[in-house]
Design a protein around this ligand. Structure first.
Ligand code: ARG
Length: 564
């Protein structure tokens, strides 16, 4: 909107080389409010205009009054822009109230598909904190991509194939009990797997059997396949409970096993393109020119590997979805793996490998140490979510006994706290896990924002019952605190655009914190419901804030209850 005004002013000055989008990108926010609301850096025009930036700033500022702009000032190479608060404020709230949840949508995509490989836990193993991070970050990125005009395709690339299933089948056949597995699938399957390794130390015959059963599985033996299928199914039931709590859905559960019959063509293609070489009996693609170790394609016994499956998956996804981008939301430990996969694709001649991105993230730490995934930690993750919901319930009960849908709200708040705690940090950073800090209703937390939203909704409900005011003045927007809220509302699209380009949901999380804080300051100092000729515009500001807060939370994967 501001860009529109500045664009208009530039055109008036015969500058046509910058599009509105380019202007949005170049606009800066001055370090102090006294220096204006925006600053336009004139170096970007120096080349086309063949003039010094300071000169351009001077020329432009002489003739830049337009639309929302109150006045401009040339300071060095910058044109500082002071917006007309009343006029701009009115335009912003009107735009938000018209567009509702569509407000702030950058038109970057045109429906093109973006595949997002996320969550991807390993079956018969606990859902780790890393998988939680991948799920939450990937889901937010999918929402952001969609908001920007793309069609996200969320793929849960389940770890459902590999030698470990031969071991699991062996263990189950020896010690397994159907009823136990049915009751607590992952816990029991994990116990069997651990038991296998303990026994194998004294009885090496077990390893032989494990390999035998994996071979049976790969060769399509009915008994082996039936067991594998069952392990997969019951594991998914466990995972689904977590996904349901988190409110995350997927477009595909095509895991590693799905690519079993799609790897041979890849290996053949590598062969035809003379990219395969032998190393200790194994087949590899050398990556010396990238300064990386070779990518392992086939083991000496003919078995394919994790990387082979990812190559097959990449080719499949390109064909199936003709993706504009392919994202892999996976922990930083796998960064070499993805570099290798992308490099192999490049060597195969696929230029679209440049559209593939490993969206890596840091670890979840407990007391400064990596949280272990061993022994029954699936219980832990579900417990974390349940405990969060419980704490939220207590908190809500201490505030509002009458709330009708207490359970639902507690779920939104508890789960929201866990999600927000993750997303407010830049993804590459390690996060210290702390249920307490997640669940305070103050500070930079999900519940704080949800509570601010509910408070704003409550003001609106009260405001609806006020006498209708015919005469309406937008003088209310001259107020400093109101203007801070308005200028944040105005920046929503810009924030989303940055989050999109940098694959960084934390920018939206920080923005929602800023907006909630600004709104609370406004609420604390201004009598919003005062019946004067500005009541209408103040209520519009409150409503616009609820729309943007709710949409911001939605992008992050949080619900916004109207009453708390
Ligand atoms: N299952 C793997 C793990 O838990 C993550 C898979 C990530 N996705 C991929 N396409 N490799 O470590």
């Amino acid at each position: 909107m501001v860009a529109l005004s500045i664009h208009e002013a530039l055109v008036k000055n015969d500058v046509k080389s910058l599009s509105k989008q380019e202007i949005t990108k170049t606009l800066e926010v001055p370090p102090q409010q006294s220096m204006g609301d925006y600053a336009f850096p004139c170096f970007v025009l120096a080349k086309t205009l063949k003039k010094a930036p300071n000169q351009i700033a001077n020329d432009l500022s002489a003739n830049m009054e337009s639309g929302l702009i109150e006045r401009v000032e040339a300071v060095g190479p910058y044109v500082n822009v002071y917006l007309d608060k009343t006029f701009t404020g009115k335009a912003i709230v009107e735009e938000i109230l018209n567009e509702r949840e569509a407000y702030g949508s950058p038109s970057l995509g045109n429906g093109e598909q973006i595949t997002i490989d996320l969550s991807s836990p390993n079956i018969a193993k606990p859902f780790s904190m890393g998988h939680l991070r991948s799920t939450v970050i990937g889901n937010a990125l999918a929402n952001i991509m969609q908001k920007c005009g793309y069609t996200p395709v969320k793929i849960n690339h389940l770890g459902d194939w590999g030698t470990q299933f031969g071991k699991l089948i062996t263990a189950y056949k020896q010690w397994g009990e159907e009823e136990k597995v049915k009751a607590e699938p992952i816990k029991e399957l994990l116990a069997l797997y651990i038991h296998f390794h303990e026994e194998a130390e004294v009885n090496p015959e077990l390893e032989v059997q494990g390999r035998y059963w994996f071979k049976q599985l790969e060769d399509g033996n009915q008994e082996a396949l039936a067991l594998w299928k069952w392990f997969r199914e019951v594991s998914l039931v466990d995972f689904q409970r977590i996904y349901q709590l988190l409110g995350v859905e997927f477009d595909s559960f095509q895991g590693e096993a799905f690519y079993n019959d799609k790897m041979e063509p890849v290996v053949n293609e590598l062969e035809e393109k003379h990219l395969l070489s032998e190393s200790d009996g194994a087949m590899v693609v050398g990556l010396d020119e990238f300064n990386h170790p070779p990518c392992l394609i086939k083991k000496s016994d003919g078995a394919t590997l994790y990387a082979t499956r990812d190559l097959a998956a990449a080719l499949y996804r390109k064909k199936e979805y003709s993706f504009a981008k392919a994202l892999y939301v996976v922990g930083g430990e796998q960064s070499l793996h993805f570099k290798q996969v992308f490099e192999v694709l490049k060597k195969m001649g696929y230029t679209w490998a440049a559209d593939m991105h490993h969206i890596s993230f840091g670890m979840m730490l407990k007391d400064g140490k990596k949280m272990s995934t061993r022994k029954g930690k699936i219980v832990l993750l579900e417990e974390v979510l349940k405990e969060a919901i419980e704490l939220a319930t207590e908190n809500i009960e201490s505030r509002n006994h009458e709330l009708e849908n207490k359970e639902e709200v507690a779920k939104s708040v508890g789960v929201g706290a866990v999600i927000f705690h993750d997303l407010k940090n830049y993804r590459q950073n390690d996060i210290e896990f702390s249920l307490e800090s997640m669940l305070t209703f103050e500070g930079e937390t999900g519940p704080y924002i949800q509570y601010t939203y509910a408070r704003a909704c409550s003001i609106l409900r009260k405001g609806m019952n006020q006498v209708e005011i015919v005469e309406q003045s937008y003088q209310a927007f001259q107020d400093d605190k109101a203007w801070t809220v308005l200028s944040l509302l105005m920046k929503f699209e810009e924030v989303i655009t940055h989050a999109y380009h940098q694959f960084d949901p934390s920018q939206i999380a920080k923005y929602t914190i800023d907006l909630a804080q600004a709104f609370n300051k406004y609420y604390a100092t201004v009598r919003i419901l005062e019946e004067d000729n500005q009541l209408g515009s103040r209520l519009q500001l409150v409503e616009a804030t609820t729309i943007v807060l709710k949409e911001g939370l939605r992008l992050l994967g949080l619900k916004a209850p109207e009453k708390m």
